[in-house]
Write a protein of this length. Structure first.
Length: 693
């Protein structure tokens, strides 16, 4: 039963009971209406309290019902709220934990609201590409004022109940037990003469509503270019302000129906569930016991080790940081401090917090100091020999049951595990640079990694606020293995007729944060060069354009050398097209006997994105990723893929796999077409009319 009904002292208590967040799915909605009717017909009941069981009042409409008949099946949330408003007996919403979306809209329909301190209050629908569709755009401005409501609705950001104590939203903040207070409040309300107050009847007071709404619309439109929902929120609010509550409600409904079908909303919902799905590993049940992680050690205080350490310090976890030499240790500590100081300067951190975080570090040169660590993360040089030394030493000193992790980006985690006598305790934790900023964490599952180790590191990832995605062992794991194909296509296109700025512009217009050449200049062109040199040895059969090697031979490694695919002015990061490099590219084509042609933006985008899709499909078929949404999460959180497109695999589904297959086969016929070996999974799914997600 999704709703419980009890009575206490003449008050009916309707408890939403649909774990984990009391989503307002069909049975919950029906239960509320039934509860109201039952209370209405019971002469011993004089008032009604609606409350939530467990950790939330309600997290809102059940998102899994969207675009299914259940979402529209009566009683809809509108009907529920109408029944609440119409109730002759006063209805009090007792709010704790979370009141979001439809949950808050339900509460706004009640005659009175009482909240526990610490409850998160939000209308987060824009984050799912929609707008509050059950009166939120009409009632919230009437409850807390036009400007505050508009701000909450277009950002979707939560506010704490106590911060809203005097906003007009709540009639009281509970001082003691919420339910007791709500019942007492309801009994007092029942003694008052009806009709009881309704938010819909309040007036919106604003000295210049029209001017403000116009300003808000312009600002919101400029800030949310690729997202249709925020502007629609403003329009729905404006309709209510200008034409009154009922017309505003109709307009809101219209927009909701429109928005819920947009590709942007589909993508945002995909990302919401994809993030949660990523933490679920098919053969690791959620009941799997986890190991206790209280003390962490990091080996190597370089670029990655420092950033990794900061993640734990930020979460209040002490870290023992080990280096080989005092100078390296001092340098690493100084960099961490400098990063925190930059946050202090920006007003994001207090000096006290900076010192508290630094005090959690225990710097050391001695492996013996790692004995107590529950989790040890290695971030030393990317050489198998160095990793071997470190893991052999760790095997000697680490306590039994300690998790031994490597941050390697290219090496074989199984080989690293084999350096120890406890390969089941070894796992890859592939952080992205800068490790204290980037959301993505690839958890690399070795062939012997124990399931409880995986369950534990997924939990740790949540604690340090990373989006963790499990990858099997393969060269480059999920993210870098795919990006290699993307970069290969980008380089071929230079050879065939494009220039770096054109390629970057086309893919940035598609929505990537940064095109491949600006990205490579930022990361350092020498990194890709080193990988290619290894490839030439290991896979002499794999063809590459040599154009990037040519660039590296001239020492143009990117921003760090002041020159790469682009020119850079000293101290600046703006990428300026380089005449020299462009000429070098044209000369290279000539030398290679390639007749340059105009390559359109559509071809650039297709070749880049479909190369990701094609490799992603192989990764799925091999079981390196366990689901398509995992691949999407890697790209959304680690590679700047546009969120409103939902990741490469969802994008391919949107385009249609039949069309993706045809495009790939077409490109395979062109010069350099042998880089395209179509993934059998695409062919299979296209033939069946199937999708990845
Ligand atoms: N519908 C369906 N499932 C939901 C849900 C919802 N509104 N909110 C959360 N869930 C599910 C999650 O998918 C997850 O499922 P899983 O255990 O199977 O993975 C589970 O509930 C727990 O969620 P979290 O892991 O996110 O739990 P937290 O405690 O960290 O966070 C929360 C709780 C703050 C409520 C967070 O889940 C959240 O932000 N949810 C979305 C809230 C939202 O966007 N509401 C608006 C919905 S749209 C709407 O109401 C339309 C209306 O205007 C008509
Ligand atoms: P770095 O060169 O900045 O830092 C490595 C540090 O390890 C140095 O401070 C060095 O003194 C220390 N070190 C070397 N041998 C050691 C040993 N035996 N014991 C203790 N400390 C030792 O390198 P970076 O970039 O931090 O890379 C570290 C690891 O992270 C590598 O495996 C790399 O592939 C991986 N990685 C790097 C990313 C990047 O963008 N830089 C991204 C993801 C992973």
């Amino acid at each position: 039963m999704a709703v419980d009904y009890t009575t206490r002292d003449g008050v009916a208590v309707i408890t939403l009971n649909n774990p984990p967040v009391n989503g307002l799915g069909h049975s919950t909605r029906a239960g509320i209406v039934e509860g109201i009717a039952r209370a209405a017909s019971d002469p011993s009941v004089s008032a009604i309290v609606i409350t939530g069981a467990g950790k939330a009042f309600s997290g809102g409409a059940d998102i899994t019902e969207f675009n299914t008949p259940r979402a529209m099946q009566e009683p809809t949330l509108h009907t529920v709220i109408n029944e609440v408003e119409k109730s002759a007996k006063p209805v009090v919403a007792a709010i704790h934990g979370v009141a979001m979306g439809g949950g808050l809209e339900l509460a706004l329909g009640a005659h009175y609201r009482i909240a526990a301190p610490g409850a998160q209050i939000a209308l987060p629908e824009v984050k799912l590409g929609i707008l509050p569709g059950a009166g939120g755009t009409q009632r919230l401005p009437r409850a807390i004022g036009l400007e505050a409501a508009l701000n909450m609705i277009v950002t979707g950001s939560p506010a704490m109940s106590e911060k809203l104590a005097n906003s007009g939203l709540f009639d009281a903040i509970a001082q003691g037990d919420l339910l007791e207070d709500a019942i007492a409040f309801a009994r007092r309300a029942a003694d008052r003469q009806g009709p009881h107050p309704l938010v819909r009847n309040r007036k919106i007071e604003h000295p210049n509503a029209e001017g403000f709404l116009q300003f808000a619309r312009n600002t919101v439109a400029a800030m949310s270019k690729n997202y249709p929902a925020p502007v629609k929120c403003v329009d729905a609010i404006a309709a209510g302000v200008k034409q009154g509550f009922d017309k505003g409600l109709l307009r809101e409904r219209e927009y909701f129906v429109e928005l819920v079908q947009t590709p942007e909303s589909r993508a945002l919902r995909h990302a919401f569930f994809g993030e949660r799905a990523a933490s679920k590993i098919p053969d690791v049940p959620s009941s799997m016991p986890t190991r206790e992680i209280q003390k962490v050690a990091v080996i190597g205080a370089g670029t990655m080790g420092g950033g990794i350490t900061m993640n734990f310090l930020n979460a209040g976890v002490p870290v023992t940081l080990l280096e080989t030499k005092q100078e390296a240790l001092d340098r690493g500590l100084a960099t961490i401090r400098k990063n925190y100081e930059a946050q202090v300067k920006k007003g994001k951190l207090t000096v006290e917090k900076l010192e508290a975080r630094m005090a959690l570090i225990r710097p050391t040169l001695a492996y013996d100091d790692l004995k107590e660590a529950d989790l040890i993360i290695e971030a030393v040089f990317e050489e198998l020999g160095v990793k071997e030394q470190v893991f052999k030493r760790l095997d000697e000193v680490a306590k039994p049951g300690a998790i031994l992790a490597s941050n390697t980006s290219t090496l074989d985690v199984d080989k690293i595990a084999a350096f120890t006598k406890r390969p089941h305790d070894v796992v890859g934790l592939h952080f992205f640079s800068p490790a204290n900023v980037m959301k993505l964490l690839e958890v690399v599952r070795g062939k012997e990694t124990a399931r409880d180790v995986l369950a534990t590191v997924m939990q740790v990832a949540k604690k340090i606020r990373k989006t963790a995605v499990v990858s099997g062992v393969c060269d480059g794991f999920i993210g870098n293995r795919m990006i290699e194909q993307y970069v290969r296509q980008a380089l071929y296109m230079l050879e065939e007729g494009a220039l770096p700025a054109q390629v970057d512009r086309a893919i940035e217009k598609f929505g990537f944060a940064m095109g491949p050449f600006r990205m490579s200049d930022l990361a350092g062109n020498d990194i890709g060069w080193a990988i290619r040199k290894r490839r030439y040895q290991e896979h002499p059969d794999m063809k590459y354009s040599k154009i990037a090697d040519r660039l590296c031979e001239t020492g143009r490694f990117g921003q760090k050398t002041g020159a790469g695919w682009y020119d850079y002015k000293a101290g600046e990061r703006d990428a300026l097209p380089s005449k020299l490099v462009d000429e070098m590219i044209v000369a290279y084509s000539k030398e290679a006997g390639v007749e340059r042609r105009t390559i359109g933006d559509e071809e650039i985008v297709e070749r880049l994105v479909f190369s990701l899709v094609n490799e992603g499909a192989k990764i799925l078929a091999e079981g390196i990723a366990s689901k398509a949404s995992d691949v999407d999460m890697v790209y959304l959180t680690g590679y700047g893929f546009p969120l409103w497109r939902g990741g490469p695999m969802l994008y391919a589904d949107t385009v249609g796999l039949y069309n993706v297959e045809r495009a790939i086969r077409r490109y395979a016929q062109q010069p350099n077409g042998d880089a395209w070996e179509i993934a059998p999974l695409i062919v299979d799914l296209a033939a069946k009319g199937g999708t990845f997600n």
